[in-house]
Design a protein around this ligand. Structure first.
Ligand SMILES: C[S@@+](CC[C@H](N)C(=O)[O-])C[C@H]1O[C@@H](n2cnc3c(N)ncnc32)[C@H](O)[C@@H]1O
Length: 290
């Protein structure tokens, strides 16, 4: 190789290196960041408003704030996306997979997902009628104290109630007592956005081809196949006996449930799924040989 050829090769290598470096730095940005950039460019070109969906409920244990830390663990390619403890769906709304299965055993939560998927306009109309007033809040909250009356509500009315309570209650918390009754006090917000119409409409689009189930997490075994990505985000095992406890349903998620989850997780892994799980850092969980 002549010295001229050598220097040309070095320049080419440098250019390639630069290209890969730029791509590497770019990929270090969160995928969502890149997604948002892409969406913004589409907006500029098409001069239309294309919004990115986000969780429609504030949910205890929601992972929205942790996405930048989780991003590097998400597989870049997968077949189906399965989330057996979907809650507010922070990770689902971040990844926006084409083919997804969402599962949770909270009936009111899953009813909201289904109503947004199938009946979003009626839901929006219903949400617009709610009021941010203390007496009104307790009247709506306490509907579940009378099961006979509660069962007469339509799916849209129930979803509207859940979203309303979530927007107006103290700290946007979802918590029920041992009878399954919503028990969070009034929140005294000045101007809560009870009906986030724009977001509900984009969430409706995001849920278009999604399969949604009110079921326990084991349901995922009916669908889990090689190449699927499954993100498990169970209620955490309390760090100590006196740790603050949030109940999503009247059934607690105790040690037996954690052990069962451990088996389901192993089974999905053995089937060749890409599996990821969040839990608390304590002796019991660490002793499970994941
Ligand atoms: C930590 S939260 C999930 C939060 C979610 N990743 C988010 O970003 O909002 C746990 C969820 O598990 C649900 N859950 C509790 N027990 C369950 C069970 N046995 N099967 C399925 N879901 C369950 C709760 O209703 C709750 O929504």
């Amino acid at each position: 190789m002549t010295s001229k050829m050598k220097s040309k090769k070095i320049i080419m290598e440098k250019t390639l290196e630069q290209k890969y470096l730029t791509e590497y730095i770019k990929s270090k940005k969160s995928k969502h960041h890149l997604f948002l950039e892409r969406k913004r460019n589409i907006n500029k070109r098409a001069k239309t408003i294309v919004d990115v969906p986000h969780p429609f409920l504030k949910w205890a244990g929601g992972k929205r704030q942790l996405i930048s830390q989780f991003d590097k663990f998400f597989p870049s390619k997968f077949n189906k996306y399965i989330e057996p403890f979907v809650g507010g769906g922070a990770i689902f709304f971040y990844l926006l997979p084409n083919n997804a299965i969402l599962i949770d055993n909270n009936e009111e939560l899953i009813n909201c997902y289904k109503v947004i998927q199938n009946n979003v306009l009626e839901l929006i109309e219903s949400l617009k009628k709610h009021r941010n007033e203390k007496d009104y809040y307790y009247r709506i909250r306490d509907l579940d104290r009378n099961p006979e009356e509660f069962n007469k509500l339509s799916d849209v009315e129930r979803a509207s109630r859940t979203i309303y309570l979530n927007r107006v209650c103290y700290n946007g918390l979802y918590r029920v007592n041992s009878k399954g009754q919503f028990n969070v006090p009034f929140g005294r917000y000045k101007n809560p956005k009870i009906c986030d119409e724009e977001n509900l409409l984009v969430v409706n689009k995001a849920l278009k081809n999604v399969k949604i189930f009110k079921a326990s997490f084991e349901k995922c075994l009916e669908f889990a196949e090689k190449g699927d990505f499954i993100y498990f985000d169970p209620p955490y095992q309390p760090i100590s006996a006196t740790a603050y406890f949030t109940s999503y349903t009247k059934d607690n998620f105790g040690k037996d449930s954690q052990m069962k989850l451990f088996e389901v997780f192993k089974e999905c892994n053995e089937r060749g799924c890409k599996v990821m799980l969040s839990n608390s850092y304590n002796k019991f969980i660490l002793n499970c040989k994941w």
